[in-house]
Write a protein that binds this ligand. Structure first.
Ligand code: ATP
Ligand code: MG
Length: 419
């Protein structure tokens, strides 16, 4: 019988936690988004969980909002993992092909990737992704997908991405406390890239830059392959703090100044333009220079793009990505950001929107939803046995989430992190 699937993604961000619930309907190519929620985050600093209880509360609120919209509850979700404490290692795996006729099967590919996972891990790190870069089958090298080919010995060269054990542990605890099972963890920039980059851009060479509240993450692709990724501990929230310090206003007023009057390019703002702070807060009476605000914003964003440029230099790709840079996250919505990014990076720039959904809801059609939408698309690629059928979900019972109910359903290595 035709069966629909439910996929939920929870993007725990420094500023906001976003939940998206999608339905995969048999016979339809694209996922349909049926539930969306944005909840301000508490308990997170620069992408790192600093208070598990607060994050659990945030997840609860974010999930309940999205469930209410979807009309059914969720039991499990794919979560992002952020925080700049990530590590990388190159690794190799080798196996003998299992089948007697020498044809490479799915199982061989999983086994060889499993071999590549066996590395000496630093004490405080966990593997979150093992990304196959290329395969070698006997003497045929540089293979992208050896499935179905014939040979004896299969080798993989892989990029292992590690995250802080503490962060993995804290996400697991927070999810557990909110009664949601983690079906997968995806590094934030890889999730964001999943939803906004096209196959063609990844083939040509592109960098996805996600400017969040507390972090800026990037993912570089070329010839369809992930070349590099990183999470830097500076984001658009730092602009707000800079404005608050520079103009001696409260953080709330600084945030409003940034959103309502901000520009990434001071040169485009008249020096005579003033902002009457009394309009934003009755306790204020100053009129401040809009040009000065733009100078503050430009300085911080220039720093952020210079840090990204440093990463690109590190891999020899500065100025050399024909499909340019795709900007997402809240910071990408700053007025004139594309001009500034172009100046610093020397690349064509565009602002990215989530792609690949049928009937996308207006709310999700936004650079702010790149990560959450990417988590859903990531889930859509999982094998069927890992997915949840709509028929498995009981009738909609109003939010008596059974705390801790998820524990015995958590599989694999995540289990170790549960209390
Ligand atoms: N229209 C806008 N113009 C400028 N900045 C914006 C706009 N909308 C949101 N922002 C800023 O974007 C930031 C939040 O972005 P986002 O929601 O992507 O971050 P996050 O995912 O919570 O954080 P992180 O990914 O760093 O953990 C805030 O600093 C906010 O002020
Ligand atoms: Mg984010």
């Amino acid at each position: 019988m035709a069966k629909d699937f439910i996929i939920a993604g929870i993007d725990i961000g420094t500023s906001n936690t976003r939940t998206v619930i999608a339905q995969q309907i048999r016979g339809e190519q694209q996922l349909r988004i049926v539930g969306v929620n944005v909840t301000p985050s508490i308990g997170i600093r620069r992408g790192v969980i600093i208070n598990v209880e607060d994050v659990a509360k945030t997840i609860n609120e974010a999930v309940e909002g999205a469930e209410r919209m979807a009309g059914f509850p969720i039991k499990q979700a794919i979560f992002n993992i952020g925080g700049s404490d990530i590590g990388f290692a190159s690794s190799k795996g080798v196996i003998a092909i299992g089948r007697a006729d020498g044809e490479v099967s799915e199982d061989d590919i999983n086994r060889v990737i499993g071999e590549a996972q066996i590395i000496q891990l630093p004490a405080n790190k966990e593997i979150v992704h093992v990304i196959a870069k290329k395969y070698r089958l006997d003497d045929q090298d540089n293979l992208k997908d050896p499935l179905g080919m014939k040979g004896v010995r299969l080798e993989v060269e892989a990029l292992v991405i590690e995250s802080s054990s503490l962060q993995v542990k804290n996400i697991s605890k927070a999810a557990y406390q909110s009664g949601i099972e983690i079906s997968d963890l995806v590094l934030e920039p890889l999730a964001a890239a999943e939803s906004v980059l096209t196959k063609k851009q990844k083939e040509l060479g592109v960098v996805m830059i996600n400017i969040g509240g507390g972090t800026t993450s990037l993912a570089v692709y070329e010839e369809g392959e992930l070349l590099h990724t990183n999470i830097l501990p500076v984001g658009a929230g730092h602009i707000t703090n800079d404005i608050a310090i520079g103009l001696r206003t409260s953080v709330e007023v600084a945030e409003r100044i940034k959103l309502e009057y901000g520009s990434a390019l001071a040169s485009g703002v008249s020096k005579d333009d003033g902002i009457d702070l009394a309009q934003l807060d009755s306790k204020e009476d100053d009129v401040i220079s809009r040009y000065h605000v733009a100078e503050i914003i430009e300085a911080r964003l220039e720093e952020i793009f210079s840090l990204v440029q440093k990463e690109l230099k590190l891999i020899g790709k500065a100025g050399l990505l024909p499909a340019g840079a795709v900007l997402v996250g809240g910071g990408a919505k700053m007025a004139n950001i594309a001009e500034l990014a172009k100046d610093v990076l020397g690349l064509p720039i565009q602002v990215g929107f989530p792609l690949g959904f049928g009937g996308i809801l207006d709310k999700v059609d936004d650079p702010l939803f790149a990560t959450a939408a990417g988590l859903i698309l990531w889930g859509g690629k999982q094998p069927e046995e890992k997915r949840v059928g709509l028929s498995n979900i009981k009738a909609f019972k109003m939010f008596s989430r059974p705390t801790g109910d998820a524990v015995d359903k958590v599989t694999g290595w995540l289990q170790r992190f549960l209390p």
